[in-house]
Ligand binder design. Structure first.
Ligand code: TPP
Ligand code: MG
Length: 607
């Protein structure tokens, strides 16, 4: 092929690279002949730099989670390549996580060939091409994608790649999904001019510029804060822009405004700041701090509170500021607010702070007294939490003690991914993240995100120690064999700490919340994981990980230190820690004894 032309596949890959996509997280199929050929040519010709680096992902959910983890940490959208409808279906809940987590990502899938008689290069030649022909492949993800479209000709493939990424990166960010038939990906198209004088595509496709508050809205919010006796900020993901953390801190310090983190999927406000007033997740009761507030700024939150059990006082004035302040993507959502404002959060907070300074009136004794009062609440919370960290006298491990040990072992510079489910709140209260960017959650609720996200996070920040805190169920949802294989293959080691409560606690707690004295309360959980699986052993087998299970409090600190040493040396480590059980052991006959690991058995059910 001459320099003046190339295939659509190459054009798409080059456009991704131009747009700043460093990695293509890929799970390949018969639709990707042009892509496979392009990578092979680039390898042969020594010009692989013009393409995104290929990361082979044995499972699509892990591929998209890895792309998400990379974008979470770097802010840079990456790309995922999947196989027709099958691969798209296997993305599964990771699409939900990317959408709810506001993560920019480009997903590219092939379509079954659109010819069957040899009319065009790439025509159908395998039986699956008929089986994979579906009426609306993009429909699988349409409810989650910001943009779902088909590349119908190679002539504008570059343009559509750039357009998809521009839409994915513009606020609020999210997934963009493109499909292309095999014939289109095999099509020969003119190559764009190169070198000086050639188009620099990236500058033409930047995301939409941040917007600020209208001046009168900034003024209105500043006036409300100035006039408030108890102003409060509630946030969940403001920290996805680390600059917004500094902007929030400045505002809060100026006006003595307390901060609650509700369902925090990021580090939003330093936990060690005296104005940090704690966390709320599925809190069953009324949060007194929220009840006391007369002005509430909801700044970057999908769920600032759960109104059936916890809400501001009836007279409180609420202001919602967000990239999507009325959550058009949710069918049912309402926070009764005096004003809903669409704005970039760092910009909006700086504007309000500037207006507060112009207005003055915050240097009086009331504001200073409020700061002192809030600091006392903060100190009392921390004292309660600290008391819970002591291990019980029987030598077992509580979740609180576990998080405290992890915190002390990893130090403040680690990057922590949390998918600890019923221990989400425990993780926050005992980790107390105080460095912007140091805590990540999926932003959604489809479990298993952390497995792949840890790989992506490490690729984005190779100098960071990446630590995942996950439930035993969430660990298994994350296809650990796939994620751990990728971690070894691509040099992206991390530490995984499993809260092994022997099953799914969450569905049982959900049942008890609705049926507090029903049969579920009487009979106990039905979602236990007995017989116990060797969870770290999965990682050892698939990715050569250092694998250990701990059940005694006294052994935990040393186990964590040894595991972290392994991670520093480039090997992943998985520690499963027995914490109080989610479910009693099942009734009925005993399960077969586990197979001795040294022994090879043909049947999994010996004896
Ligand atoms: C993909 C997916 N499937 C099912 C669920 C429903 N679900 C929510 S929490 C949970 C249990 C999680 O177990 P684990 O990670 O062990 O946390 P625990 O509840 O024990 O704290 C399940 C199954 C979900 N959120 N996502
Ligand atoms: Mg569990």
């Amino acid at each position: 092929m001459g320099k003046a032309s190339c295939t659509t596949s190459r054009a798409m890959l080059e456009a991704m690279r131009e747009a700043g996509v460093r990695y293509l997280f890929a799970n390949l199929g018969s639709d990707h002949t042009g892509i496979v050929e392009t990578y092979a040519q680039a390898r042969r010709d020594g010009c692989a730099d013009a393409l995104p680096e290929l990361v082979i992902c044995p499972h699509e959910f892990v591929a998209l989670s890895a792309a998400q983890g990379y974008a979470h940490v770097s802010g840079e959208a990456q790309a995922v390549l999947v196989h027709v409808d099958c691969g798209t279906q296997n993305l599964g809940g990771a699409v939900h996580n990317a959408a709810r987590g506001r993560v920019p990502v480009l997903i590219l899938a092939g379509l079954s060939p659109v010819t069957q008689e040899g009319e065009l290069p790439g025509t159908r030649n395998e039986f699956i091409h008929w089986l994979q022909d579906t009426a609306d492949q993009a429909g699988i993800v349409r409810g989650y994608a910001k943009y779902a479209h088909e590349i119908r000709t190679g002539r504008n493939a570059r343009q559509l790649i750039h357009r998809a990424l521009q839409i994915a990166r513009s606020e609020p960010p999210g997934p963009a999904y493109l499909v292309a038939a095999r014939e289109v990906m095999e099509e020969t198209v003119p190559a764009p001019p190169r070198g000086p004088g050639g188009p620099d595509q990236r500058q033409w496709w930047s995301p939409v510029a941040p917007i600020g508050l209208a001046p009168q809205v900034a003024d209105e919010i500043a006036a409300a804060v100035t006039g408030a006796a108890n102003p409060l900020v509630v946030t969940s993901y403001l920290g996805r822009d680390t600059a917004a953390v500094a902007a929030l801190t400045e505002l809060c310090e100026l006006a003595a405004v307390g901060v609650i983190e509700s369902v925090p999927m990021r580090m939003n406000f330093p936990a060690d700041h005296p104005l940090h007033l704690g966390y709320q997740w599925n809190t069953a009761g009324q949060n007194p701090v929220l009840a006391d507030a007369d002005v509430v700024l909801v700044v970057g939150s999908d769920v600032p509170w759960i109104p059936a059990t916890n809400r501001p006082a009836p007279g409180a004035r609420v202001y919602v500021i967000d990239a999507d302040p009325i959550k058009e993507q949710m069918t049912l959502w309402h926070v009764p607010a005096a004003r809903y404002a669409r704005a970039d959060l760092a910009t909006a907070l700086r504007q309000v702070t500037a207006r507060l300074r112009e207005r003055g009136g915050l240097a009086g004794p009331e504001v200073a007294a409020r700061a002192e009062r809030l600091a006392a609440v903060h100190r009392a919370q921390r004292a309660t939490w600290a008391a819970r960290e002591r291990p019980p006298g029987d030598g077992t491990i509580t979740a609180e003690y576990l998080v405290a040990c992890v915190r002390d072992a990893i130090g403040p510079d680690a990057l922590v991914l949390t998918e600890a489910i019923t221990n989400y709140q425990v993780v926050c209260e005992h980790l107390q993240p105080s460095r912007p960017g140091s805590l990540l959650g999926s932003g959604g609720s489809s479990l298993g995100w952390a497995g792949g996200a840890a790989v992506g996070a490490k690729l984005a920040s190779p100098g960071s120690t990446v630590v995942s805190l996950v439930g035993d169920g969430s660990y298994l949802f994350g296809v650990p064999a796939s994620a751990q294989w990728m971690a070894r293959r691509y040099g992206a080691p991390s530490l995984t700490v499993i809260f092994d409560n022997q099953g799914w606690a969450a569905p049982q707690l959900s049942a008890l919340a609705v049926h507090p004295s029903g049969a579920a309360a009487e009979m106990g959980a039905i979602s236990g994981f007995a017989p116990e699986a060797d969870l770290p052993g999965v990682a050892a087998a698939a990715g050569g990980a250092y694998a250990v299970t701990v059940s005694q409090a006294v052994k935990l600190p040393v186990a964590l230190t040894l595991a972290l040493n392994q991670v520093q040396r480039g090997r992943s480590a998985v520690i499963s820690v027995h914490v109080p059980s989610a479910a009693p052991p099942p009734a009925g006959p005993p399960y077969p004894a586990p197979v001795d690991p040294g022994q090879k058995e043909d049947s999994p059910w010996p004896g």
